[in-house]
Design a protein around this ligand. Structure first.
Ligand SMILES: [Zn+2]
Length: 258
């Protein structure tokens, strides 16, 4: 992928930045303002897709699920683990974790409106559905602008909460000429939901198991923490140099001793 294409790919999607977290401040009194973006949905409900997140603990990538009936190897592993889960612990849910997105075209509103693709998560969808349920004025969410806000609720990057508001209480603002011109260029959403090839998924899963690549800095730090807690040295677990440890070894140490 060329730099240009990469940039395009990044800009194509609505992205809410991380509002950050200040450990010194209590929950609810966080200094940073929540990240927010104002949007006009151009499709609703758009197209839905189930995705698997495949990779190691640090770097996971989404793969559109082709469905277990179409030979999805990630679903197969999940299903096997689910059947084996006679205690009902539910750990299988985190194996090649699945999520769902409703994908729509939107206008991202700012100084100049931009045509983008918005991947609506379940939590945003829930908030949006609550607005839609408010009455006739809100029934069609493509007729008014919305504001999506992202706040942090804890120290981990995944401790986030979303909220959605109808701008000016759902005022049916007509689109400007510029916005209408963008509307005519909507992205073809079918490529967003194209299922991944089962072989591609299998290869990604295999990469996960062998994990020959170097560990990330986070993994190394975690290994150090785990060893310290256990009163062990790196040599005790067969590691001569923590700097050159593989992702696979780091994961094994974290999993077995952490
Ligand atoms: Zn699947």
């Amino acid at each position: 992928m060329s730099e240009e294409t990469k940039q395009e790919a990044v800009d194509k999607y609505v992205k809410l930045s991380d509002p950050g977290w200040d450990e010194a401040k209590p929950v609810g009194k966080q200094a940073g303002t929540p990240a927010k973006v104002t949007l006009r949905l151009l499709d609703y409900p758009g197209v839905g897709v189930f995705r698997h997140w495949i990779g190691d603990a640090q770097v996971k990538r989404p793969f559109n699920c082709p469905g277990s009936k179409n030979g999805c190897p990630a679903c197969r592993e999940r299903n096997i683990a689910k059947l084996a889960d006679t205690e009902g612990e539910g750990k299988w849910r985190s194996i090649h974790r699945m999520d769902h997105r409703d994908i729509v075209n939107v206008l991202e509103l700012g100084e100049t409106p931009k045509l983008k693709v918005f991947q609506i998560s379940n939590s945003v969808k829930k908030r949006l559905d609550a607005i839609i349920a408010r009455g006739e004025q809100f029934a069609d969410p493509t007729t008014y602008d919305i504001e999506v806000m992202k706040s942090r609720t804890g120290r981990n990057t995944f401790d986030v909460e979303y909220d959605v508001f109808a701008v000016k209480d759902g005022n049916h603002r007509p689109l400007t000429a510029d916005e209408k011109a963008l509307l005519a260029k909507k992205y073809d959403l079918s490529q967003e939901i194209t299922p991944a090839d089962p072989q591609t998924i299998a290869a990604a899963m295999k990469g996960l198991k062998t994990g020959p690549g170097p560990a990330t800095e986070e993994q190394k730090a975690e290994v150090q923490r785990v060893l310290k807690n256990q009163g062990l040295t790196a040599l005790d677990v067969g590691v001569t140099d923590l700097d050159t440890i593989t992702a696979e070894k780091a994961q094994a140490i974290i999993k077995d001793l952490g």
